[in-house]
Design a protein. Structure first.
Length: 184
C-alpha cells in the first residue's frame, strides 16, 4: 500500500520514505518516531545542534563525528543513528526538520491518523493537546496526530492546519479582520 501521497516529490520526502520503509521492515517504527521527536526537541533547544545542521562551514567528517556523538549521548536506536550519519555524510543535515515532518506524516498515515499542525502563542500542556485531539476527532471522524508549534506572533488562540484545510482562530487574525472592517 502506498501511503507516501506526494511526499516523494521533495528531497526530504525521499529521505523520509527511505527511513520509514526501513523502520517498518525492521518493526521499529515507534522507536524511530520517538527518536525523531527527541531529535526535533533537541534541535529546538540546542543552538549548537541547530548550527551543526545548518552551517555550511562544518565539514562532512566533522558533521559525521558530531552526529555520532549526539546519537550516542541521546541513546538513539541504531536505525536513527545510522540515518543521521547518512544525512551528515551526504551533507543533507539542513533537511533534517523537513525529513522529520515528512516521516511523522507517513507514520500518522500508517496508523490511520490524520496529522494536524496546531500553532499556539504559548506552549500547550498535555491536557490541552488531548482536548484539541478529541475535538478534532469529533469534527473529522478520524484519529488525529497533533504536532504542536509555538508562535508568539499569533498573540493568542489557535491555528490548526490539516492538509490544505486551515482553521485560524488566532487573535492576530481577528484583530486584522476587525481593523479591515473599521477601514470600511
Amino acid at each position: 500500500m502506498d501511503i507516501s501521497g506526494g511526499i516523494q516529490a521533495s528531497l526530504a520526502g525521499r529521505y523520509a520514505i527511505a527511513l520509514f520503509e526501513l523502520a517498518r521492515e525492521e518493526k521499529k517504527l515507534e522507536a524511530v518516531a520517538a527518536d525523531l521527536a527527541a531529535v526535533k526537541q533537541m534541535l529546538a533547544e540546542s543552538a549548537e545542534l541547530a548550527a551543526l545542521t545548518t552551517s555550511p562551514l562544518i565539514g562532512r567528517e566533522e558533521a559525521q563525528r558530531a552526529v555520532a556523538a549526539a546519537s550516542g549521548a541521546m541513546n538513539l536506536d541504531p536505525i536513527t543513528a545510522n540515518f543521521l550519519g547518512v544525512l551528515a555524510r551526504n551533507r543533507r543535515l539542513a533537511q533534517l526538520g523537513n525529513v522529520i515532518r515528512a516521516f511523522n506524516t507517513l507514520a500518522a498515515r500508517h496508523r490511520g491518523e490524520i496529522k494536524a499542525e496546531v500553532t499556539s502563542a504559548h506552549p500547550l500542556d498535555d491536557g490541552q493537546i488531548d482536548a484539541i485531539r478529541k475535538n478534532l476527532r469529533t469534527r473529522f471522524g478520524s484519529d488525529i496526530a497533533v504536532d504542536p508549534h509555538v508562535d508568539p506572533a499569533i498573540l493568542g488562540g489557535l491555528v490548526v492546519q490539516i492538509g490544505s484545510q486551515r482553521i485560524d482562530g488566532s487573535i492576530r487574525t481577528k484583530l486584522n479582520t476587525l481593523a479591515q472592517a473599521m477601514k470600511g
